[in-house]
Design a protein around this ligand. Sequence first.
Ligand code: IPM
Ligand code: MG
Length: 407
Amino acid sequence: MIASASSMQINALHPIKPMFLLKPASLRPSRIRCAAATTKQSKRYSITLLPGDGIGPEVISVAKNVLILAGSLEGIEFNFQEMPMGGSALDLVGVPLPDETLLAAKKSDAVLLGAIGGYKWDKNEKHLKPETGLLQLREGLEVFANLRPATVLPQLVDASTLKKEVAEGVDLMVVRELTGGIYFGKPRGFGTNEDGEEIGFNTEVYATYEVDRIARVAFETARKRHGKLCSVDKANVLEASMFWRKRVIAIAAEYPDVELSHMYVDNAAMQLVRNPKQFDTIVTNNIFGDILSDEASMITGSIGMLPSASLGSSGPGLFEPIHGSAPDIANQDKANPLATVLSAAMLLKYGLGEENAAKRIENAVLDTLNKGFRTGDIYSAGNKLVGCKEMGEEVLKSVDSQVAAAV
Ligand code: IPM
Ligand code: MG
């Protein structure tokens, strides 16, 4: 994910506006190291932090410190505002996405989310599930383009469940449509059929503008990577997929330099484990993207390593690790914070256009892995097993030491 993230930028989606730079600071970063090492003019951004549930608060706390340090080295200051979301918001105020949280998120320059959900709320009615809060947040921020990179790092190739020769060198990006399709389509609900039997139903539906805009993001993304785009659908069966394919082909005319192919989703699921290196950029609908991005993440060995960015055409982006809230290891200092740290790097790069600060974080993560530090999920013999906090401290040290090396 690191190599691919550094090679791309979606200018068309860039949410940064000059007026953001004029916002007053209500809070100062609590920890700024080496601020004197830079002479650059100070910039300020407001970030909404949504720690959420389970391991969310632990990984967000690490990522926040890394953001503060990497930012300070580039003359960037942050105003962080922490807001409740998911199960913790349910416990606090009875809804998974309080209005105040959405409002704060909308007003900020970028949103960093930990993880949501847990056993405690699993049996809640749908409108009171933590997951419903996440869908409301994506819808509320209108972040329709979800970028989910899956890159096999040389340091972690042995963590993959695939054979080394299949996994090594994989570097792909799933561009998932995030605010449409069967997740949001109407009609939906529960009812009774003509035989009086109970039913549940949903609707897979896409309008022209929805396919066109995600297709453009995907073509732009592919163009900045290796120029190959594979659109995944089920056009041999579903009308919504036939339409999806028709619009993707129409938009392809704007990108003659990108090589477009199409694949049915069942075949794509198979090809991802058979020969994942054939993929560069994949574009697909909301539900296929949900499934294929989990599958792609496993090629890399640990879902605990993978970040994601959700972007709209304007307004703040939403940045979150792909992994869930892992309630089984919450509050035990066992979580891998690197997916959230790398999500913070995506926040800097795609959300704020701060490529240099993003690069500092990406380099520090690689350096920390090179030194052999591993959380349990990516541990293999011969490495140093560390907890969430220590991993965070090592990343911070590495951000610092690169400064020392550069002086
Ligand atoms: C994801 C998750 C969510 C989704 C859930 C938690 C609503 O699986 O981000 O991939 O289905 O989109
Ligand atoms: Mg998912």
